[in-house]
Design a protein around this ligand. Sequence first.
Ligand code: FAD
Length: 386
Amino acid sequence: MDFDYTAEENAFREEVRRFIDDNLPPKKERDKNFLATWLEKVRAKGWVGFSWPKEFGGSAGGLIEQTILREEMALAKAPPLGTSMMGLAWVGPGIMEYGTEEQKRKFIPDILDSKVTWCTGYSEPNHGSDLAAIQCKAELHGDNYIVNGQKIWTTGAPWSQWIILLTRTQFDVASKHDGITCLLVPMDAPGVEVRPIENMAGDKHFAEIFFTDVEVPVEHRLGAEGDGWKVTVSALANERSSIGEVTQMFAKLENLKELVKSTKKQGKPAHEDPGVRRKVAQFEMKIAAMKYNGLRYLTKQIKGEPLSSETSVNKLHRASLEIEMDDFAVELTGQAGLQLRGGEDAVDGGTWSKSALNWPNVVIGGGTPNIQRNIIAERLLGMPKD
Ligand SMILES: Cc1cc2nc3c(=O)[nH]c(=O)nc-3n(C[C@H](O)[C@H](O)[C@H](O)COP(=O)(O)OP(=O)(O)OC[C@H]3O[C@@H](n4cnc5c(N)ncnc54)[C@H](O)[C@@H]3O)c2cc1C
């Protein structure tokens, strides 16, 4: 494996760093217009949808440059490059691959310009890990599908304008992967009811959604009827390089190091404590292991080989590592560390305690640890299913 960057890649990294220096003021100095201005500027640079084909408004950027862009943005703790994370990660790529010309014209520019936010309606009360068993029903009547059913844990549902929705259009199927159809539905359509769910950190990021006789025009179907599983698998595969995640972990480690420097343990600076130092070094080694694993996936992608189950390794690793780091930070800072945002003595604005309470985000969201273990055992290690 060659770890060196080419002169062009290094120049690109410099360009990103310069841009950040020129356009990312410290948090305290950002006014209420900052985010809108930032989004406009990164869009003008062609860094939103960086790897998307030019015909769709992207920059057709290479994988290494994309990695550099994500690394530098994460290390600078920059705001996101767009407001619709899911729009950029899988809805947009799904529409580019399976959408009609009209759908591409209608939806893609608004995702790139951060005008519309998307959420993802896959999980149902009884079908999360076993996603292909979904029951939310869509029946074709004339030119409209009539949707009835329920989704749950839908991140961003309280503020999103559109949802990518997995429905079942056929129930008597040989395989549960058949008969699934993907629909694009406006969240303000009559019959869509969003009930936010408060998580244990006090946030209302996700919701249950009830669909009662919701009319969805046929032209809002993504892909052919019954092809919903194929559309979903292929769209999700677009965002399977986990390098970006690793950089977020390095940024988190930097925050932890700052915390260790500014905290006292038994009257002495915590960073002088051998136990604390050992723990931080262990975190760093584990993140480095994630990084090299991530580079292996990147190498595969550069060679044009599709990624499949490998990313489960880092997903599983990250889940336990984030919990360990949050718990360590909260424990280190004692009672004040338990205070959430707004607390009188809250440490780092309550970030660590909030993150510790938000562990389901990284552990359950996107697939549980057991499911990752099954994938690793069956698909990577070739172990038998039973
Ligand atoms: C923060 C957060 C955000 C989310 N955002 C979204 C979203 O935006 N859109 C969306 O559609 N969904 C979302 N989800 C839902 C998430 O995808 C599901 O919760 C997840 O896939 C697990 O499904 P489940 O809750 O039905 O649990 P289940 O599938 O019922 O699992 C329960 C337990 O059984 C275990 N288990 C299940 N099957 C197996 C098996 N075959 N082998 C071994 N163990 C097994 C699981 O590991 C788990 O421990 C989100 C969840 C969270 C926590």
